[in-house]
Design a protein around this ligand. Structure first.
Ligand code: SF4
Length: 477
């Protein structure tokens, strides 16, 4: 069968290269090609780097007061939502060009469900009779929405290794994890960059995490040598490899075995794990080994500095150990970003300020992830009923929707800007922005900049929570 496999364009305020590494699509392509099908994959969000600016959807009008046109400074929030990729009509034309027998659309997050639907509509307009299927994390968490749209002949949920078994030629006993390596469009400090996922699934039970809804609870691993062989086939020795696994440290022995072999084969390669490592499972000796094997930066997930909030999320914390690790990395001049989730159930303005205050005093950049609901998480099982909105676009992290009702959109954006401010104050670039930082610290109010050069203007950020700003700035006075 001839299949066009499509990653539709994405609409969001930002994108990162790793987000569009399309590892799920590569798995589907590999499984179906192994079964003898001809699969052409179109990764449209990065297709010819096309970007346009569609109007803000009406569901996001509540963000209008927070968008500052032309904002560009180091404490800025987003100001323009974008369409990453060609138009849906152009994508449909490209994907139909080689006369496929079937279209498969990937939806890697529920928040991008509208894009999958728009893609299907464009295909239907140009080829009304062609079968269209949809799969990925989006349909896995809310299949009813996709079925109810009437746009898809089939909605596939869960892992590709299981949900494609009805395809002619796909073996019942196919591998539990499809090994995949994907080249990343952007280089890493001038070196080619690849991304992979060594494992799937996670045995932990963090209440805020929806990964298990698609990938399950069972921890599954690829054979280390298979990934190393796939990388060898690219014929480059000096490159960067990002591992996109959800929780690499579920099985530290497996991980260290892979890294030892990898480093032996590619001594000049560097490594990172952009999705983050659980710092509680990272001992100082293991951290040292990771650096020896090629890790050049670390993303650590703290989630929260508040142990009571974490306990309710079925997660623990060891902040003293985190501090030790951050000192260790700082001594070795290894950059670290430590992430917390802002707006967890139980969070208050004070707990969010404590997260920022704790990390402000550590050797780390702060990464802030606004909490966003996913259909199927406790309390968010039924989008479109009760107080739970249905519109997928609200489920984007960048939509800063007040899911738990404990922090407002204004407070979530204030926290985002304050994290950027703290990072600026701790960086060598702070000297360049002295006028801006002095003004913020003197007035206990957030300011930002628009324009460039002679036209650069300082202005107060409207609608921010000045009390939150005052509390966080205490850490710097
Ligand atoms: S450890 Fe990470 S992947 Fe596992 S459940 Fe928690 S947040 Fe999800």
């Amino acid at each position: 069968m001839k299949i066009s496999l499509i990653q539709p364009p994405v609409r969001d305020f930002y994108q990162t290269p790793h987000r569009h590494s399309a590892l799920g699509c590569f798995s589907v392509q590999k499984i179906l090609e192994t079964a003898g099908h001809e699969v052409k994959f179109y990764n449209f969000p990065v297709w010819q780097k096309q970007v346009s600016t569609p109007p803000l959807p009406t569901e996001l009008y509540y963000l209008k007061p927070f968008l500052i046109p032309g904002e560009n400074g180091p404490v800025s929030w987003f100001h323009q939502r974008k369409h990453f990729g060609p138009s849906f009509e152009d994508c449909a034309r490209v994907a139909l060009k080689n006369n496929p027998d079937m279209i498969m659309i990937s939806c890697f997050a529920w928040s991008y469900a509208e894009e999958a639907a728009s893609m299907a509509r464009a295909i239907r307009r140009q080829a009304p009779g062609i079968p269209i299927e949809v799969g990925g994390a989006g349909p896995s968490v809310n299949p009813g929405w996709f079925k109810g749209s009437g746009l898809f002949d089939r909605v596939r949920t869960g892992q590709a290794e299981i949900n494609l078994k009805d395809f002619p030629g796909v073996r019942e006993d196919s591998q539990p994890v499809t090994p995949i390596v994907s080249p990343v469009e952007e280089s890493f400090h001038g070196k080619p960059q690849f991304t992979t996922m060594l494992t799937r699934g996670c045995t932990a039970r963090c209440s805020f995490c929806a990964n298990y809804l698609t990938l399950g609870r069972e921890f599954r691993k690829t054979a280390a040598d298979t990934i190393i062989k796939m990388l060898s086939d690219y014929g480059v020795e000096e490159f960067h490899l990002d591992m996109e696994d959800d929780n690499l440290l579920v099985d530290p022995d497996y991980f260290t075995d892979f890294l030892e072999r990898f480093h032996r084969r590619f001594p000049a390669a560097t490594l990172s794990a952009e999705n983050g490592l659980d710092y509680q499972k990272l001992s100082l000796s293991l951290a040292g080994k990771l650096i020896d094997w090629g890790f050049v930066k670390f993303n650590l997930s703290m989630a929260s500095a508040d142990s009571e909030i974490l306990a309710k999320q079925k997660r623990s914390s060891r902040l003293d150990h985190l501090s030790q690790l951050l000192i260790f990395f700082n001594d070795r001049k290894i950059p670290v970003i430590t992430y917390f989730i802002c707006g967890l159930q139980g969070d208050t303005v004070d707990s969010v300020c404590r997260n920022m205050g704790f990390l402000a005093g550590q050797h780390t950049e702060i990464g802030i992830s606004p909490f966003y609901a996913v259909p199927g998480l406790p309390g968010f099982e039924h989008p479109g009923t009760g107080n739970q909105p249905e519109s997928p676009v609200l489920y984007c992290g960048s939509s800063v929707y007040p899911w738990n009702g404990n922090l407002t959109t204004a407070q979530l954006i204030t926290a985002f800007r304050l994290c950027r401010l703290i990072n600026l104050l701790k960086s060598p670039a702070t000297e360049q922005w002295k006028e801006l930082t002095d003004r913020i610290i003197t007035e206990d109010k957030l300011y930002t900049t628009t324009g460039k050069g002679q036209k650069k203007t300082l202005l107060e950020v409207p609608h921010m929570d000045n009390e939150m700003t005052r509390k966080v700035l205490q850490y710097f006075k």
